[in-house]
Design a protein around this ligand. Sequence first.
Ligand SMILES: NC(=O)c1ccc[n+]([C@@H]2O[C@H](COP(=O)([O-])OP(=O)(O)OC[C@H]3O[C@@H](n4cnc5c(N)ncnc54)[C@H](O)[C@@H]3O)[C@@H](O)[C@H]2O)c1
Length: 278
Amino acid sequence: MNQPYKDTPFDLTDRVVLISGAAGLLGKEFALAAASAGAHLVLGDLKRDDLESLKSEIASVYPNTKTWIQVLDVTDTDSCRSIVQLCEIRFNRIDAVIHSAAIDPKFERGSDTTSFSKFTKFPKELWQSSLDVNLTGAFLFTQAACEVMEKSGKGSIIFLGSNYGLVGPDQRIYKKAGQENQTYKPAVYSVCKAGLLGLTKFLAAYYMNTAIRVNLLTPSGVWNQHDDEFIKNYSSRTILGRMSEKNEYRGAAIFLASDASSYMTGANLVMDGGWTAL
Ligand SMILES: NC(=O)c1ccc[n+]([C@@H]2O[C@H](COP(=O)([O-])OP(=O)(O)OC[C@H]3O[C@@H](n4cnc5c(N)ncnc54)[C@H](O)[C@@H]3O)[C@@H](O)[C@H]2O)c1
């Protein structure tokens, strides 16, 4: 397939992109995006089967991309080190890291929302497991990757934020007509996403005077089989009047991973349909 970014600042030819949460809704999009710009991939997630099918899809669409997959648990130091080691063994470099692994409380059709209770009833175990994956996982995963980036003195780290890390969730949109016990987008999600903005700024500043850049990409409400009531409620809170499509973040991932964003660090690229501008 023709590589549309070849010889442009967006070109990722032969760059190595490491992605956590690669089997997720957006993680897959990031992998396909990086491959479309010529990158080689190392993909990690808890879900081996989904990684296998993503690898096959990439091989059929982008045959020049070398893809390695490995089961990854970002809460486990050894697991993070092991996938980084895979990058070193196979490619001896990491050019970009997209940290997409997360516990993201979903409100799609069929999602189990029973534990998304009111603030005073929210279970401590869910609070803790989200912090473990979303914040400690980000710390451990980038800690391992930075060891490699420090050797070359360059690289791009991309964390995933949310509009709910910038403003409080509008809980009215999670209320369903006729529902007895309202469900809520949990506080821990906002806390984690705000924390990742802090980690972005910390690491960007920490790598002062190097070419290691650290940025946050802030998506919001990606359509994925949500019901009509939710779509209507969510869309009414955006300027663009709709939820996003999962492929609408591909360009941003390529931009942040490539030299096109070479003068950008410590920043937050907000793609929320205007949610936070209203
Ligand atoms: N989808 C949205 O509407 C949306 C909106 C704003 C922000 N985001 C953020 O974008 C990122 C990607 O979102 P998504 O929609 O792809 O989420 P997703 O839930 O579809 O995917 C997350 C992936 O992370 C993996 N994962 C969970 N725990 C892990 C662990 N301990 N170790 C390794 N992998 C683990 C899961 O297996 C899953 O494949 C997340 O940080 C999310 O919070 C998503």
